[in-house]
Design a protein around this ligand. Structure first.
Ligand code: CTP
Length: 399
């Protein structure tokens, strides 16, 4: 999705600048054109030649350079860019950006830049935690800069703590999210449920299912990339919450019900991909249940149907999309759920088909609405996610 995009990459002086080379590689691989601007100190840590080789563009470090390919360097670079990514951003450049200081090529270009901006901080933990840096980051965030979280871990200075730069793959993913898609869901709030729920028997044991959360997170990634305010209410799942998505982690079906209801009034579109347990142990023991001779009979009680509850008291502005995973009579059973839960759309799949269902990267689905049925071929869960969002946009009309 970055094909043909213009990415301006600012590299400042942090040990993490070696990772910027990998970031350039990933951008170029994704089809983007990359132009690198470095601070002079960064150029002492890592050679501009490396970035020139990777980006196939002259790497600029000084304000007074006039490479043939750029006219007034800082202005034309700023105009050229679709996104300005600063990775790594050290404490010094963050402070300069926050206060409008323009005393080298990187900071001068930043001041002239009105495209999207991503900051990936990297520095020693104490420098990162320092109120001066935190205030500067907060100020930049208020001005619309996208600030990536740092990772917690061992830093080059030997300290273990916050301040490690986000991984190149995460920065590339976030860049794609920001500039790779048409923002056709801007102004909409989408709530997605994802992953399994866990219903506790005692403090040690629970009932759950095989859901990994891959389909739900793919939808969240697609919705955020298309500009929706995106919330994912998710059970304990393998899949990672995508960048730019608000995560509400929950455990049981009741937790998920509460979390969804707390967000419901302000939501426009619900896409319920979670595999919610329909039953829970009737009682949860406070202490670990000890084994006894003979069999154990577990009494189960029904959980609340989250989607069913929304459908029963459906607000005018709501679009309700459910998922239906079946082993037989897939379409027939799914149509029944569409009607019973008062849904606009249901996405049906069979876990019996190879390439569909739990834990796979692909899915085979049929989208069913009151008067249409659309059977899709096997495709990645990311592509399925976009197809679902396309259909929802089509059905909810212009906004
Ligand atoms: N769902 C929900 N709350 C529940 C159970 C299900 O919100 N307690 C949602 C699921 O996230 C899914 C849809 O309802 O989007 C269909 O779920 P499914 O479990 O397949 O259907 P059920 O109505 O529970 O019927 P059955 O278990 O008989 O197939």
């Amino acid at each position: 999705m970055l094909n043909g995009k213009h990415i301006l990459l600012g590299v400042s002086s942090s040990i993490a600048c070696y990772k910027s080379a990998e970031l350039v590689r990933q951008y170029v691989k994704a089809g983007a054109e990359v132009q690198v601007v470095m601070t002079e100190n960064a150029a002492r840590l890592i050679s501009p030649l490396l970035f020139e080789q990777l980006s196939k563009h002259h790497c600029i470090t000084d304000t007074f350079e006039r490479p043939a390919e750029v006219k007034v360097a800082h202005i034309s670079l700023a105009d050229w860019a679709d996104v300005f990514v600063i990775a790594p951003a050290d404490a010094n450049v963050i402070a300069k950006f926050a206060h409008g200081i323009a005393d080298d090529m990187l900071s001068t270009t930043m001041l002239a830049c009105d495209c999207e901006k991503i900051i990936a901080p990297a520095m020693n933990t104490k420098m990162y935690d320092n109120p001066a840096t935190q205030d500067n980051l907060a100020l930049l965030a208020r001005r619309g800069f996208h600030i990536m979280d740092t990772a917690y871990g061992e830093l080059a200075c030997g300290v273990t703590g916050a301040g490690r730069m986000a991984e190149p793959a995460q920065i590339a993913e976030y860049t794609e999210l920001l500039i790779g898609y048409e923002k056709d869901l801007a102004g909409k709030k989408i709530l997605i449920t994802s992953g399994p729920t866990r219903e506790a028997m005692d403090p040690v044991r629970f009932i759950t299912n095989h859901s990994t959360g891959k389909m739900g997170t793919a939808i969240a990634r697609a919705a955020a990339a298309r500009g929706a305010e995106t919330v994912i209410v998710h059970g304990v799942m393998e899949a990672k919450v995508p960048a730019g998505v608000k995560a509400v982690p929950v455990t049981s079906a009741q937790d998920m019900y509460d979390a969804v209801m707390a967000e419901a009034d302000s939501t426009d579109i619900f896409i319920m991909a979670a595999a919610v347990a329909d039953y829970r142990p009737k009682t949860t023991a406070d202490q670990k249940m000890k084994k006894k001779d003979g069999e154990l009979t577990l009494e189960l009680a029904r959980t609340k149907d989250i989607l069913g509850t929304l459908g029963a008291d459906k607000k005018e502005k709501w679009f309700l999309c459910g998922f239906s995973m079946e082993t037989e009579h897939v379409l027939e059973n799914s149509r029944k759920k569409l009607e019973k839960k008062n849904l606009d759309l249901i996405v049906a799949n069979s876990i019996k088909q190879a390439g569909a269902g739990f834990g796979t990267d692909t899915n085979i689905v049929t989208m069913i609405s009151k008067d249409a049925e659309d059977e899709l071929p096997i495709m990645s869960k990311d592509d399925v996610a976009h197809k679902i969002l396309d259909r929802i946009l089509e059905m909810s009309g212009p906004h």
